[in-house]
Write a protein that binds this ligand. Structure first.
Ligand code: FES
Length: 133
């Protein structure tokens, strides 16, 4: 398990994944375009966040806070098919930080409810960022 997968596992164990979980459906897909331009298809369960879905990547989407207030996980939505609408909390932060960028979403908030989304990551974890070098 990667260090990033531990966060998902803890959420699963304590039930902090949001509203009541729907039955597992790992057949949902999401396309993530990395800052390098390389595109990956990742699998996701119903109501996974984009950050959770990115955990299988060698360079997952970077996060900067535990409470959804930093904006460090922002992604540009190229195709929003299969993404739930922003919650009020996400909308508030997006309006504060990127009022002129309506296609930006917080990957730690945006939930996957169907296949077909395509997003561009602004920042990803690398071995250098995790080592602090
Ligand atoms: S990780 Fe801080 S807002 Fe998403």
């Amino acid at each position: 398990m990667t260090p990033w997968g531990i966060r998902n596992r803890i959420k699963d164990l304590v039930g902090a994944g949001g509203p009541a979980r729907a039955p597992k459906d790992e057949s949902l897909t999401l396309h993530i375009v990395l800052p390098t331009g390389k595109e990956h298809e990742v699998k996701a369960e119903m109501r996974y966040t984009i950050v959770m879905a990115s955990q299988t990547l060698e360079t997952p989407i970077a996060t900067g806070c535990p409470d959804g207030g930093c904006g460090g996980c922002t992604v540009e939505v190229i195709d929003g098919t299969g993404l739930a609408a922003p919650t009020a909390a996400e909308r508030k932060l997006l309006d504060e930080k990127w009022k002129d960028k309506p296609n930006f979403r917080l990957a730690c908030h945006a939930r996957i409810i169907g296949s077909g989304a395509r997003v561009k990551a602004m920042s990803v974890w690398t071995m250098d960022t995790t080592r602090g070098t």
